[in-house]
Ligand binder design. Structure first.
Ligand SMILES: Cc1ncc(C[n+]2csc(CCOP(=O)(O)OP(=O)(O)O)c2C)c(N)n1
Length: 330
């Protein structure tokens, strides 16, 4: 199914989505600003360019439903929790971080807020996300287990096993493929023995919704459609969304001189940058630039304060090194 966007105007939704998009983008801009101070010791896989997907999906899912993510997880974490204090504390490896400073960027999550886990092992969250959907189904609690992954995760057997089981058992899973066309530096056509992801997934008892959009409201709309299918038809849904990673695979820099892609490609995508697109929508809806700037400056203040707190917070104690690593009985 290729989707069209609903034409309904909802200024409250537009501003809410803009605030989260801006929070995600500016948080990463602040990471870039501070990273060379070498106080954040974690490797960074930046969401920049791709934020509309986690922000639109998480906002549509609301608080009750659960998410699972890869190591490219900043925007999803912030969309789900909006907790910049815990976010930056985790980046600085401090005890006040969401994992007490032990997760860093690649594993940041907050199960209490429905961000179940994030993993550096490609595709590894797909099977537990499917297992959680089974648990939700047994508990009949109406919750959806949503898993975000890149196109590279589809090169792993566990993706197909999870899709198969979810389809067979009609589990409430929302699969969200963020297809930026690359696994590190390798393009899809040099990795995949098929030419259409959608055709492959269509063979399963799983509805596919696809879009090539950077419009966060479009993504919000199709997530609502997907949730409706999961709830009414009792089957999984696969959202197939095109996107573009602005920065290098890992790190805070551009990499257009690395030889595997051209700056002109980025320039094309940037014309429809998700943050600027949503900002323009607010202006079209009648918000003044001053009003938008005031919203932005409150978000910036919040981020700066979170960084200040993170820098001041203590590191975890050495005697707690092995705590929280393995399952501990309460
Ligand atoms: C099981 C496994 N194999 C290989 C790697 C090395 N690796 C790290 S990221 C990556 C590419 C994944 O690409 P994709 O899933 O499309 O995500 P993206 O980085 O584009 O968001 C690879 C192969 C890994 N971390 N885990």
């Amino acid at each position: 199914m290729i989707t069209k966007q609903s034409n309904q105007i909802n200024p409250d939704l537009s501003i809410s989505l803009y605030k989260i998009l801006y929070l995600a983008r500016l948080s990463e801009e602040y990471i870039i600003k501070h990273y060379m101070e070498d106080e954040m010791k974690t490797p960074m896989h930046m969401s920049m360019g791709q934020e509309a997907i986690p922000v639109g999906v998480c906002h549509a899912l609301g608080e009750e439903n659960q998410i699972w993510t890869s190591y490219r997880t900043h925007a999803a974490f912030l969309a789900k929790t909006q907790d910049t204090d815990k976010f930056f504390a985790e980046m600085y490896g401090k005890v006040t971080g969401t994992a007490g400073g032990k997760a860093g960027s690649m594993h940041i999550s907050d199960p209490d807020k429905g961000h179940m886990t994030a993993s550096a092992i490609v595709a590894s969250v797909l099977s537990p996300a499917t297992g959680l959907a089974f648990a939700n189904k047994v508990a009949d609690n109406g919750r959806i287990s949503c898993v975000f992954f890149g196109d590279g995760a589809m090169d792993e057997g566990t993706f197909w096993e999870s899709l198969n089981l979810a389809s067979l058992m009609r589990l409430p899973v929302l699969f969200v493929c963020e297809d930026n066309g690359l696994a590190v530096h390798t393009e899809s056509q040099n990795r995949q023995g098929y030419r259409s992801i959608v055709d492959q997934v269509n063979g399963y008892e799983c509805d596919v919704i696809q879009a090539d959009t950077t419009d966060v409201e479009h993504i919000y709309d199709i997530t609502k459609q997907a949730m409706n299918i999961i709830n009414t038809k009792a089957k999984p849904v696969f959202l197939y969304l095109k996107c573009y990673r602005y920065l290098e695979h890992v790190g805070i820099n551009e990499d257009f001189d690395a030889g595997y892609r051209e700056r002109s490609e980025y320039e094309e995508w940037f014309k429809r940058d998700c943050v600027l697109t949503q900002r323009q929508r607010l202006i079209d809806q009648g918000m003044s630039v001053q009003e938008i700037e005031s919203v932005e400056s409150k978000i910036e203040k919040k981020i700066r304060n979170s960084i200040k707190l993170a820098k001041l917070a203590p590191f975890p104690h050495p005697e707690d090194l092995y705590k929280g690593v393995f399952y501990e009985k309460a």
